[in-house]
Design a protein. Sequence first.
Length: 260
Amino acid sequence: MQAGLNNITINYEIEGPANAPVVAFSHSLSANLKLWELQLSELRDSYRVLRFDTRGHGNSSAPSGSYTMQMLCEDVVGLLDHLGIEKTHFVGISMGGMIGQVLAVTHPERVDKLVLCDTTSRVPPEAGPDWEDRIRKAEAEGMAALAQQTLERWLSEEYRQAQPEMTESIRDMIVHTPVPGYVGCCRAISSFDLAKELPKVTAPTLIIVGERDESTSVSVAEDIKRRIKGAELVVMPKALHLTNIEANGPFNQTLLKFLG
């Protein structure tokens, strides 16, 4: 389904009982709403599950130029308004977790419970050159050039060998991310710093992180926990960055317990 808002089109899917509590899922950079299929099957009988392609990804518009995390947050607010949803549980992984933090700080009335997965509250300035390198590579060689190194950050070698079909599905998401959308979101991520604002979060918050996640480590998750009053932290053993995929069983159990 498509929603026109903020001068773009956002692609989304919504499933589950019409009067059930809404859970919105926000994916990582260079993915799309299909990233949450292992959660959809567990939640859609009891919850109204909203998945969407972030601006620049999947079948949503991918305008050229730099994006900001506030811009991506306002797209979420616009989608909720379009669907007549006043309040939602919000689950975001990586970039989606950054969007969730902005939403919880700037639109606290729209967030019931907040789940932040494998994410950070601040990207240090010294990481800037790495993001510029990724942008240059995507613009010069296309997203296929970034696929393997991204998969190696996201999923352990053991998982990739054991689950080749899922691994190829995720590779496909990466390869088919529009380059302008990837670049725009890289700009939003590279300038992201909400750490000092996190004490403003009032929604009950769960933080999930992979034990072996090097992109957004356990120590980064612990810092977010310290800044949000009452936040819970759960570490997924052996998992890397995509905990919802690699540790989907315990991830889903943890998520359902928190939402319930």
